[in-house]
Design a protein around this ligand. Structure first.
Ligand code: NDP
Ligand code: OXD
Length: 308
């Protein structure tokens, strides 16, 4: 019973090492090498070519290398099998660090000080305490809840928004369409950590920006398609927003010449907010395969009707 590892962007070396160590009884094939298709029971995949998974006759479980499964679900030939998304401690730590770094960057005026330094200007700006800065998090799942807790531990006034009601000590939790307006009205810094679904596509648009306090900052580490790029550029040009930090884009890599590259109020990182590292994540894949083989329910299974 073999495992097919499929990713055009992840180095298979560390995955082979870790999966062979944790699951020595399961040979691992690295796509495009497949061996005997009929021996493949598990696919460990990031953005597999459309149709590939459907061509494996005895596949039993699909394990996503990423937390977000929007690309996988967009394949109309995706087999109707359990799809397990990535939940693992390294991803949570990475995202928490990236979000905290971006929030602190804007909170402590680092953007303005870097611009001043470039011009040789010594000019202290108004500084606020963390408790005076209201941060809103869209999405209170594995990543959003961890980021919310870390920001609250730094002293920020943190609220969050989810689909169903949540209770997280120290975080003001809002939910559902009715909860969004309340969250936005109190978010000086807004962080998007939503999955990309039919309901959340394009959520970061002109209407949402208009509901934020004037001069707010938008941070997107979820998916590029959450953001209406033209609306962001207009909100920055009009002064409605102070700045944005973006890790994800409609087109990745961000095309040369895209206005975000040189925009003075936009921070760009190349989809690195949280990376899935084999040294922490292979254990979570091995655990689900073992559960499947013991007849135990799989964890973190995607609900394809919800889209996440
Ligand atoms: P989870 O599924 O654990 O959490 C998703 C959260 O979003 C939940 O709180 C969920 O609500 C909420 N949500 C979903 N739909 C809606 C909606 N319509 N209205 C309000 N809230 C909604 O996901 P993760 O936290 O693990 O990951 C979030 C996303 O982060 C991924 O889907 C991926 O796109 C992105 N990501 C980006 C990375 C990067 O490097 N940039 C790395 C990893 C992930 P409820 O709690 O009610 O279910
Ligand atoms: C993910 C990602 O979803 O890397 O894990 O974006």
């Amino acid at each position: 019973m073999s495992i097919l590892f499929v990713s055009a962007t992840d180095d298979p070396g560390p995955w082979l090492r870790e999966l062979n160590r944790l699951l020595p009884e399961h040979p691992v094939r690295v796509w495009p090498e497949r061996g005997d298709d009929a021996a493949i029971r598990y696919a460990v995949a990031w953005k597999p070519p459309p149709g590939l998974l459907a061509s494996l006759p005895r596949l039993e479980v699909i394990l996503s290398l990423g937390a977000g499964v929007d690309a996988m679900l967009a394949d109309p030939t995706l087999p109707d099998l359990p799809l397990v998304r990535m939940v693992e401690p390294g991803l949570v730590l990475g995202m928490t660090e990236w979000v905290a770094a971006q929030v602190l960057y804007w909170h402590r005026n680092q953007h303005a000080y870097s611009a001043q330094q470039a011009r040789g200007v010594w000019q202290p700006l108004d500084e606020f305490l963390a408790q005076e800065r209201r941060v809103g998090i869209l999405g209170l799942g594995e990543l959003g809840a961890a980021a919310a807790r870390a920001l609250a531990a730094l002293g920020f006034d943190v609220a969050g928004w989810s689909r169903s009601p949540r209770e997280i000590p120290g975080i003001a939790c809002h939910s559902g369409p009715d909860g969004l307006a309340a969250l936005l009205a109190r978010s000086d810094i807004l962080v998007c950590l939503l999955p990309l679904t039919a309901e959340t596509r394009g959520i970061l648009d002109a209407e949402l920006f208009a509901a934020l306090p004037p001069g707010a900052v938008v941070i997107n580490a979820a998916r590029g398609a959450h953001l209406v790029e033209g609306d962001l550029l207009a909100a920055l040009a009009g002064g409605r927003l102070r700045g944005a930090s973006l890790d994800v884009f409609t087109e990745e890599p961000l095309p040369a010449g895209h206005p975000f590259w040189r925009h003075p109020a936009v921070v760009v990182t190349p989809h690195v907010a949280a990376k899935t590292h084999a040294r922490t994540a292979a254990a979570s894949i091995a655990e689900q395969i073992r559960r499947h083989e013991r007849g135990l329910p799989l964890e973190n299974v995607v609900d394809s009707r919800r889209g996440y």
